[in-house]
Ligand binder design. Structure first.
Ligand code: UDP
Length: 240
């Protein structure tokens, strides 16, 4: 609960790759179900939740345009469509476990989901629905991290949670270096200066300008998201 005794409102961002599991591509149904349960746990604990999922398990604009055949702009639109596929999959998994959910896309695809309308998103949240924001910002040359930060600010989230495979921000890759050190907390300026790769610079700058704290944590430890968001316990890094 925050100071005004309102419910906590969080935006959870995870990458498309997280959905792919060991396959590296596509959507692993077991992972989808796992994440849905973690989100359900948050919803059951009176936390208002929005979600942004990346599209990297399907396609990224930069990689698609590498050979010079597909232009970057088209590749990016393909990437944004990939995030819609993931959002629809997540919507199904959440609904399957009894969570009320809506997808809103930054690009109009009315046969598949709602279009992003700020006031409508707020209304869904107030009614206790989880809202999944799809199609990134709707613009090429951006990332879903930036989209997540933008939406988090728009909906006045208390915090953005970047849910990853690691339990925070390290000074070097903890999978490769035994002496990697995790930061408990770091400033926006430090994250920008040290080129911390947790979010791109555009997202961090946007978060900084709007004083939006960024939590980085491990989403694959059951109950971790709830522990961190509700009880402020567990291991994570925070950029603020
Ligand atoms: N994308 C875009 N504009 C946005 C968000 C995403 O063009 O506002 C495209 C971009 O090509 C990106 C792809 O969608 O590579 C998938 O998103 P992202 O790479 O952020 O996914 P993640 O790495 O989180 O899975």
């Amino acid at each position: 609960m925050n100071a005004q005794n309102k419910k906590s409102r969080v935006l959870v961002k995870f990458s498309g790759e997280a959905l792919a599991g060991g396959n590296g591509f596509g959507v692993d149904i077991k992972i989808l179900q796992y994440i849905a349960q973690e989100i359900k746990l948050l919803a059951q604990n009176d936390i208002e939740i929005c979600i942004v999922i990346g599209g990297g398990n399907i396609i990224r604009g930069v990689s698609a345009s590498e050979g010079g055949i597909i232009r970057r702009t088209s590749g990016d639109y393909m990437g944004m469509l990939a995030t819609v596929i993931n959002a629809v999959a997540m919507q199904e998994a959440l609904e399957h476990c009894g969570v009320d959910v809506r997808v809103q896309s930054a690009i109009e695809i009315q046969e598949i989901c709602e279009t992003y309308i700020h006031r409508r998103a707020i209304r869904h949240i107030q009614k206790g629905r989880v809202v999944i924001f799809a199609a990134g910002t709707g613009n090429p040359f951006f990332t879903t991290d930036t989209a997540a930060t933008l939406r988090a600010i728009e909906i006045e989230a208390d915090v953005i949670v970047k849910a990853t495979k690691v339990d925070g921000i390290y000074n070097k890759d903890p999978n490769k270096f035994d002496d990697a050190v995790r930061f408990d907390s770091l400033s926006y300026d430090q994250a920008l200066k040290d080129d911390i790769k947790v979010m791109d610079d555009t997202s961090i700058a946007l978060a900084k300008d709007n004083r939006l704290p960024i939590i980085v944590c491990n989403m694959f430890k059951p109950g971790n998201l709830l522990d961190i968001i509700k009880y402020n316990r567990g291991i994570y890094s925070i950029v603020k």
